[in-house]
Design a protein around this ligand. Sequence first.
Ligand SMILES: CC(C)(COP(=O)(O)OP(=O)(O)OC[C@H]1O[C@@H](n2cnc3c(N)ncnc32)[C@H](O)[C@@H]1OP(=O)(O)O)[C@@H](O)C(=O)NCCC(=O)NCCS
Length: 167
Amino acid sequence: MWGIEKTLWTSNDEKGFTISTDKSLLDTEIIYNFLSKESYWAKGITKELVIESIQNSILCYGIYQRNPNEDFAKQVGFARVVSDLVRFSWIGDVFILPEYRGYGLSKWLMSIITEHPNLKGTSFQLATKDAHSLYAQFGFKPLEQAENRMARPLDWQVIYEGYKLNE
Ligand SMILES: CC(C)(COP(=O)(O)OP(=O)(O)OC[C@H]1O[C@@H](n2cnc3c(N)ncnc32)[C@H](O)[C@@H]1OP(=O)(O)O)[C@@H](O)C(=O)NCCC(=O)NCCS
């Protein structure tokens, strides 16, 4: 049993970005703002539900400009993983803030996630509208035998009722 450690990676270039799995370092305001206002997949989500989803995800990755353990460090990106750490993992809520795009940060993040010792052998799944070629670089392919897969769509109204929140 490896256990899930809080780990930190530092970029080996002059830009000084770091990636950390320490949930206590995450800037939930930045994550909430992006997901609620900018994302195409969780538009309008409340801050309570963003925090709930972070708490209940086995691994959350923040990308920071500078080292959040040493300095003021701005969070510039995020991704989270839901997984049983044996066979199955789902990657979601991947984003890099617009002014930090194009520097290879999402590729760095994907390489770290897919190389995690407890995740790297699992079957990874995700959904994307237009970033297929990003994920293809890390071994993702369109679903094989899609006719054998089924999914039940999420229902915001039921989620909000379950958490006793008004939509
Ligand atoms: C998609 C996103 C995470 C990419 O982040 P980034 O740090 O700018 O990307 P990188 O610099 O690491 O490069 C991404 C690579 O994937 C490719 N790519 C494929 N689809 C892409 C897309 N929709 N947007 C950006 N890059 C994309 C790029 O061409 C690049 O490949 P290359 O360097 O081999 O040419 C970022 O644009 C973003 O946050 N978009 C809005 C949210 C989003 O769509 N998230 C993904 C949901 S599945």
